[in-house]
Design a protein. Sequence first.
Lengths: 167, 480, 111
Amino acid sequence: MGITQILFWFLTALVLGSALMVIFSKNPVHSVLWLIVTFFCISGHYILLNAQFLAIVNVIVYAGAIMVLFLFVVMLMNLNAETEPQKNKWLKFAGAIAGSCLLLVLVAALKDTDAMRQEVLMKTGDIGLIHNLGMVLFRDYLLPFEISSVLFLSAMVGTVVIGKKGD
Amino acid sequence: MNELQFKALLPYSLLATASIIVILLIAFRRNHFMIQVVGFLLMCGVIFALVQVRPLLPVAIPPLFQIDGFALLFTGLIIGSVAIVGLFSYIYFEAREENPKEYYILLFLSTLGSAILAISNHFVSFFLGLEILSVSLYGLIAYLRNRNHAVEAGMKYLVLAALTSAFLLFGMALVYMDTGTMSFPEIAQKLSAGGGSSVLFVMGMGFIVVAVGFKLALVPFHLWAADVYQGAPVPVTAFIATVSKIGVFAILLRFSLDVNLQNFPLAIDIFAIIAIASMIIGNLLALRQANLKRLLAYSSIAHLGYLLVAFLPGNMAGVEAAVFYLLAYSITLLSAFGIITMLSTRKKDADDVEIYRGLFWKKPLMALVLTIALLSLAGIPLTAGFIAKFYVLGAGIQSQLVLPVIVLVVTSVIGLYYYLRVISVMFAAPVPAEAWEKTVSPLFYNSTYIALVILALALVALGVFPGLVVEDIRTLLTVR
Amino acid sequence: MTINHYIFLSVALFCIGIVGVLTRRNAIVIFMSVELMLNAVNILLVAFSKMHYLAAKIINPATQAGIEGQLFVFFIMVVAAAEVSVGLAIIVMMYRNIHSVDVNFLNRLKH
């Protein structure tokens, strides 16, 4: 087992463990913090795949911007207490069962397809570098790039409309 | 991007500019009347641009867009519906004395998202269009934010839309793994080269169906529909029922035509089951509704089920039937929601069926318009709904879809019951009720009235002379 | 590493997200679970992109195959940021109106 494999398994264990902690923590603030850990580990996976640009963007956008926004809202509402009373255990149980059933079905269906043995290029390969991504983004994908700015416009207007104090 | 492509994109860039113009107008003068008029003129401008673009087609803008007759038809439908929804919005929001100016920005932006869906043939543009549509819809649904209903409806739509877009992405990723590309024509190439149905592709399709089924409110992804329809402001409900569904259906149709979904019997079976379930459950749930908005929600679930029957054959006859069906469906729903808008008062939307008791004796013209709309939804002869259903049936029978066609006929008969119930309430003896609230703006009140009458006349005209549009639809669809 | 490792990692993460959405009642945690699901898809897309790249590289060393997978991830991040901002605004509005972020209180729309 080389260093790549060891890193892969280590990061995978960390991702899944912290993701489980996100959904099982009683305290929303802990959930947010575990989610940040998850995002950092996912960035580690991207670096392992030599997708450096995405690794950086993941840290900046997700772990930086989005999670700070989450944390801010949680703090704003003062939800750091354990506010979720244990009610309706069966529903939770059913939810967990449904999720694991989906997992089983997906794994069973995907397990035997012959495409599954294909190798993934680790550590090398330069398509994930900012130079190559930028060239394609601003040449072929210029239009969707502009469209995503329209998306931000609508998100901004929507947020302002909903978030402003009532008159 | 060359000049031709730039010209072909003109309607869409104009649509994007429309929202910017509205923002600038708000910055200078917060005048509802002016924004409304400018918005309406801009929509007319977009339609004019569509007509101008028509001879240039088809234009491909690789790798993301394909502007052809098909796209033009759907974009035209979307813009036409939005122009009418915008017209309804004035009296609705003016009566509430809310600050409705930003509403138009979001309305035009989500229209842009829907129009992008109609021209895209790539997963990236599919996803971006869908997200523009839904992100603006969150804002629109929760627009009257002081009403508890709006919060609840917005929250439900938000959680479910975010969840299903994750499913959509997972499905896209699986299809990408199978084919190594994200553009529809190339996916089709890879699939036909590979031959046979691969597990990954069918599974990816399954995930994509979850997202599309949610947006179209098909059974079993329909649970949000009634609540969101009831909680959203009436014009927004009309928007969800028409514009957003037209856009999503357009991309579903384009994808399945491009990759030739007929070669994947499993996928077609899934769609057939969804169609049958939607027709049965939509109609059954509508039977006991006493709330007109919820009734229309369930009825639109059933109607999307009928529409899927036209989608199943995957041939040109089916596509023609689907386009005509969408045309009839949107005109019908717009006139029904128009009546609800006009009767809504400041405190309450006119969604209780009891409000309509004896409407015919108080406001005969309105009752007549609503009657025509409901009859068209039920598929009574001499209305557009009947002809549309007839085309769908024809397309289904041609491809020997026995079970869906039988279910279509049977459930249409069931549907007749609840439409006629509402109509009979309207013609019953009136109860002495409080006086109707006086209207805020006579000009817009009258123009909405005129628009509704025109819509109702269009329904009858399409029902009597369907040839008026069928030929045009056919010729436009050949421009690919 | 073969692709199935990545697929199983991502499927597991996706299902953890679904379990979170189904079992939790706090709207913010539900929203975070959705973010987990989106990230599962992102890992999947990056892995697929490197897989297609490797397959194409054997034939043509200068290929750029697979780059659209990574671009798509970029767009997904953009969209997620936009969606989160609107979503949190709605959650704040909900908190203002009913003083709770428990989704079980959202049951006033009835037949």
